[in-house]
Design a protein around this ligand. Structure first.
Ligand SMILES: [Zn+2]
Ligand SMILES: [Zn+2]
Length: 181
């Protein structure tokens, strides 16, 4: 238990030492390492190398909870900010709408996919990474993938059904043998 506390204290000190508080904006800017996505990165435990996005670690460090399925979003739109007062928990959809409002993702202004299909409500999927995907194109991909691979799928299916038939024959034979005895 004491060990846990020790590394917790150590991690907390290390974390706080990498924050630069901007008096003007109120942002706590992360000065440690950065991820490609623009978020700060923090290794809570050096030995395991388990990484955190800095704003998420800050949230927990300040006694708040992350909730599965919810994104931790910035009100200040500054990905390096780890001020818990500038963070809020929202669904991915809310986060995207927020992005849209702030025009952060230029692709959101596009009304059509690159193949000219309109991004209507029915024709749009939100991918895990937050980008939109055209359903028409995606279905086309799936269809073409199936066309390319259906001989493999059918072969697998036939192999399985042959095996099942063999097993059934054996079971029937066993049942017959039992009934004779
Ligand atoms: Zn901020
Ligand atoms: Zn399309």
């Amino acid at each position: 238990m004491e060990n846990t506390n020790k590394w917790e204290v150590e991690a907390k000190q290390r974390f706080l030492s990498r924050i630069y508080k901007d008096e003007e904006t109120g942002c706590w800017n992360w000065t440690g390492s950065k991820l490609k996505t623009g978020y700060g990165h923090f290794s809570a435990k050096r030995s395991t190398g388990k990484g955190w996005r800095a704003h998420r670690f800050s949230w927990i460090l300040h006694g708040r909870e992350l909730i599965d399925g919810l994104d931790l979003c910035h009100t200040c739109d500054n990905r390096l900010c780890v001020n818990p007062e500038h963070l809020w928990l929202g669904t991915r959809q809310e986060n995207l709408l927020d992005c849209l409002k702030k025009n952060r993702n230029p692709n959101w202004n596009k009304t059509h996919c690159k193949h000219g299909h309109e991004y209507t409500k029915e024709n749009t999927m939100i991918r895990y990474d937050g980008f939109r995907e055209c359903k028409t194109c995606s279905d086309g991909h799936k269809k073409r993938w199936y066309e390319r691979n259906k001989h493999i799928l059918n072969a697998e299916h036939n192999k399985l059904s042959r095996k099942n038939k063999r097993i059934k024959r054996k079971m029937d034979a066993a049942a017959l043998a039992n009934s004779i005895r």
